[in-house]
Design a protein around this ligand. Structure first.
Ligand SMILES: Cc1cc2nc3c(=O)[nH]c(=O)nc-3n(C[C@H](O)[C@H](O)[C@H](O)COP(=O)(O)OP(=O)(O)OC[C@H]3O[C@@H](n4cnc5c(N)ncnc54)[C@H](O)[C@@H]3O)c2cc1C
Length: 372
């Protein structure tokens, strides 16, 4: 193997793009292959909220927290043009039970040294006069959080990788791996075979199927996700970047954010499935529900309805690293992949190029799913 290894990255979503960018800073021999166009799968549908709240156990919270810091570094490295909106997240409750749960959650995060605090109702209303938050039994604000526009971040990362010498091939699905024993020596696409010293498998939801072809088997939750994006409107927030509607009210539970160009993105549902189908009626229903909390959304036209399968290993945690059975195939698949993209890129590049093993990734190795 030469000093500058040849590396193939399968998948140009936010995870593959971040890993490819970080690899390209150390070797020019990076080839990124995407079955379609970059960033059009889960990363496009994503609500893309960067957060570490609370994400137990502590190890997962800590990795997510490192994820926020890594996004700040990435923003600096790429000169700020990476599509991030910082400003924190706000939520409130409407019942005494909900308030008690929120206080407990905030206390837990404070004990983990996370910058979050309870917010008096008056302060909430002063901070965000555009919200209809009534009644309020408790409120919280975590100011470390923000969101990313993957439509800016992914091209930004890939563009920087290409400037560093990487090659991007779109509409190029990887059909199979070329193997010699337990080594992956390349991949086959419909038009060619490409040799590599290392292969990074970051194909989102499809990672599971490709991994299975080399004997890696892990359970994945079937979790369809959907978000609605509106036409641009005037700024809806004065301080915060994202808001969660009260979790102690009946569904739909919604999260909403605003892109710098004024479009509002709404996500309704849980990790185990978003509310909604592909219909305009459904998207309109979600916006009419949001109107109760955000009066400014009334009558706003829907721009698009985004839908994708979440890459969600069955226990909800990432799989990152070289499985023992495939020592030169680096697997990186996860939900909360936007929160974790920047740190995953940094650590994956270090593990691949330097051969280091990052201890914060130890709880998230493939082996937790293997029989022995
Ligand atoms: C509705 C929704 C809301 C979400 N909200 C959040 C949130 O608030 N915060 C957060 O952190 N995360 C959130 N997530 C999760 C996050 O978006 C994902 O974890 C992340 O986008 C995964 O990125 P990825 O690059 O792994 O996968 P993807 O973005 O799915 O990209 C995978 C890429 O691999 C390519 N590919 C697939 N098969 C092949 C093949 N055989 N050969 C070549 N290329 C292939 C695809 O074309 C695609 O471009 C949300 C997800 C959804 C769907």
């Amino acid at each position: 193997m030469s000093n500058q290894p040849r590396i193939i990255v399968i998948g140009a979503g936010i995870i593959g793009a971040s890993i490819a960018y970080n690899l390209s800073r150390r070797t020019p021999n990076v080839t990124i292959l995407d079955a379609a166009k970059p960033g059009m799968a889960a990363s496009r549908a994503s609500y893309a909220w960067m957060n570490a709240r609370p994400k137990p156990p502590r190890e997962y919270h800590a990795l997510s927290r490192m994820g926020l810091d890594a996004w700040s570094r990435l923003e600096r490295k790429l000169g700020g043009e990476i599509g991030i909106t910082w400003g924190g997240e706000m939520r409130w409750t409407t019942t005494d039970e909900g308030a008690a749960e929120l206080r407990d959650e905030v206390a837990l995060m404070q004990s983990w040294s996370y910058p979050i605090r309870m917010l008096p109702a008056d302060e909430l209303r002063t901070m965000e006069p555009g919200l209809n938050a009534d009644p309020v039994t408790a409120a919280a604000y975590g100011d470390a959080e923000g969101h990313v526009d993957n439509a800016i971040a992914i091209p930004g990362l890939l563009g920087a990788a290409i400037q560093n010498g990487a090659t991007l091939k779109v509409d190029t699905p990887v059909d199979e791996f070329i193997r010699e024993g337990n080594q992956i020596t390349g991949v086959c696409t419909p038009s060619e075979a490409i040799e590599a010293d290392y292969v990074v498998l970051a194909a989102g939801y499809s990672t599971k199927d490709l991994a299975a072809t080399v004997g890696l088997d892990y359970p994945q939750i079937e979790s369809p996700g959907a978000t609605v994006v509106t036409e641009p409107i005037d700024p809806i927030f004065q301080t915060v970047a994202c808001v969660h509607t009260p979790r102690d009210l009946p569904e739909p539970q919604m999260n909403f954010r605003q892109f710098p160009d004024g479009r509002v993105q709404v996500h309704g549902g849980t990790h185990f499935g978003s509310i909604g189908d592909d219909s305009v009626e459904d998207a309109e229903w979600m916006l009419s529900e949001l109107e109760k909390f955000l009066p400014a959304i009334k009558g706003v036209a829907i721009d698009e309805w985004r839908r994708a399968m979440r890459p969600m290993p069955a226990d909800g945690f990432p799989i990152i690293g070289f499985p023992l059975a495939t020592p030169n195939l680096y697997v990186a698949t996860m939900h909360s992949g936007v929160t974790l993209a920047a740190i995953t890129g940094e650590l994956a590049a270090m593990e691949i190029i330097v051969g280091a093993r990052s201890d914060v990734l130890d709880p998230f190795r493939y082996e937790r799913f293997s029989a022995d």
